[in-house]
Design a protein around this ligand. Structure first.
Ligand code: PLP
Length: 453
């Protein structure tokens, strides 16, 4: 067998990438070893999941203790302490008033839960005409049909369009692309006001919610709106009785240097979707967190008509509880903020040598760099170069995992995300950067992109 997959046994799995990867052997900290003994740095925490790093003994021990007791007990038959304890613990990390937790097993499920709770709340409070959920383009909210209907990433949604109820989209606040003489703060207001225009155009009495990632994920490359955007969005939602849903699936659980990425700004949401870092890769886990004022009317009207079999199972809950304990014990949220500053300035520094890096953005350890043909105009690279995919493959071959997507709605544009586990040290950031620079050199040579001496 070889590392690139030739001579590998045929696979019955069809979710693997066409590009065969070596089988994993073990993982510890920020490193993963394959079965050929090669070590790679997990510079994207998987898919921005393993916030705590791999192989955390305290989490594993907590899971083992739970496994010796019970791994599953169905919620209609038993309550379980790990789920109760995790819910209580989670609310302590949340803004005041977010005191009701609904567990799920992943990000799409968390988003679906928010959409359905919002809808049932509207029905229960005499607003049954509200059903439209406005979202942004580009964005990613999940792969199930409800979450996909609010996802703004054409390449993923197109074949399923006929099966979904089309939901209104407004442009994501890509203020960094605008060349209009406005200040960033003025642009932030302009983008937020697009929400108001959409609500009015749709008919406010039909609009249920607005969903957004406070710090964008893979679809935008860690897009951060100007500060003015966030409170204005809140004001607009309040004005029209529209619920504000924050999708914190990627940005939540501390990665951006606050527990929620939305905590960086005023403009609190009504519902929050969490996953990825909450279970940190130790178990499939996600949650919707909601205030009592939204949950109670739904319960009084007969209950939430929604739920997943594995929700709140004792093993995943024990893992999540131990993850939160470790985040606190190791002060990882502050650490992510500090390491994020270092990593971001190192990424910014790449622009001098690689002028095709047009923008570096993000918060904490949710960071991305966008590659363009012209950094002045932010004109995209020719899409057939597939720069976003090539940089990932080149870095992988050199021992660094990074993550990438097309920037401009899935059609074109190239960015890569560097989102290592929150436990990363400054010396390990050096390791990441050494391989990244080397990879960018190779990319530039291969695609004939300019490099400064
Ligand atoms: N929402 C956001 C912002 C995400 O980044 C993702 C996954 O990448 C999801 C939702 C869907 O999560 P999952 O893949 O766990 O269903």
């Amino acid at each position: 067998m070889t590392a690139n997959g030739s001579n590998r046994r045929p696979s019955n799995l069809f979710y693997q990438s066409g590009n065969r990867r070596p089988p994993v052997d073990r993982a510890e900290g920020i490193y993963i070893w394959d079965q050929y003994g090669r070590r790679v740095i997990d510079g994207s925490s998987g898919a921005m999941v393993v916030n705590l790093g791999h192989g955390n003994r305290n989490v594993i021990d907590a899971m083992k203790r739970q496994m010796d007791k019970a791994t599953f007990a169905y919620r209609l038959h038993f309550e379980n302490d790990p789920a109760e304890d995790l819910a209580t613990r989670l609310t302590q990390f949340m803004p005041a008033g977010f005191d009701r937790v609904f567990f799920v097993s992943g990000g799409s499920e968390a988003v679906e839960s928010c959409l359905k709770l919002a809808r049932q709340y509207a029905v229960a409070t005499g607003q049954a005409g509200r059903f439209k959920v406005i979202s942004r383009f580009p964005s990613y909210h999940g792969c199930t049909l409800g979450a996909l209907a609010v996802t703004g990433y054409a390449a993923l949604a197109a074949p399923f369009a006929a099966m979904m109820h089309e939901m209104p989209k407004i442009p994501a606040p890509t203020a960094y692309l605008d060349r209009d003489g406005l200040t960033m703060e003025e642009r932030g207001i302009r983008y937020a006001d697009m929400l108001e225009a959409a609500i009015k155009a749709e008919g406010p009495e039909t609009v249920l919610a607005f969903i957004m990632e406070p710090v964008g994920g893979a679809s935008t490359g860690a897009l951060v709106a100007p500060d003015s955007y966030y409170p204005r969005v809140r004001e607009i939602c309040d004005r029209y009785g529209v619920l504000l849903i924050h999708d914190e699936v990627m940005g939540g659980a501390g990665r951006t240097g606050k527990f929620l990425s939305g905590d960086h700004w005023p403009g609190r949401p009504d519902l929050v979707a969490l996953s990825k870092g909450l279970g940190s890769g130790y178990c499939p886990l996600g949650a919707m967190v909601a205030p009592d004022r939204i949950v109670q009317p739904v319960l009084e009207a007969g209950g939430f008509l929604h739920g997943f079999t594995y929700a709140g199972n004792p093993l995943a809950s024990a893992a999540g509880l131990a993850v939160l304990d470790e985040i606190e014990r190791l002060d990882l949220i502050a650490h992510a903020a500090a390491m994020g500053e270092i990593l971001k300035s190192r990424l910014e520094g790449l622009k001098a040598r690689f002028p095709f890096i047009g923008d570096v953005r993000g918060k904490g350890l949710l960071l991305a760099a966008e590659m363009v043909a012209d950094p002045e105009t932010m004109k995209v690279l020719p899409k057939e170069l597939n720069a976003y995919q090539r940089i990932v493959d080149i870095a992988y071959d050199k021992g660094l995992i990074i993550y990438s997507r097309r920037t401009r709605g899935g059609y074109e544009g190239d960015h890569f995300l560097v989102c290592p586990p929150m436990i990363i040290t400054p010396a390990q950031i050096d390791e990441v950067m050494d391989i990244l620079v080397d990879s960018l050199e190779d990319l530039a040579a291969e695609l004939r992109l300019p490099v400064n001496g």
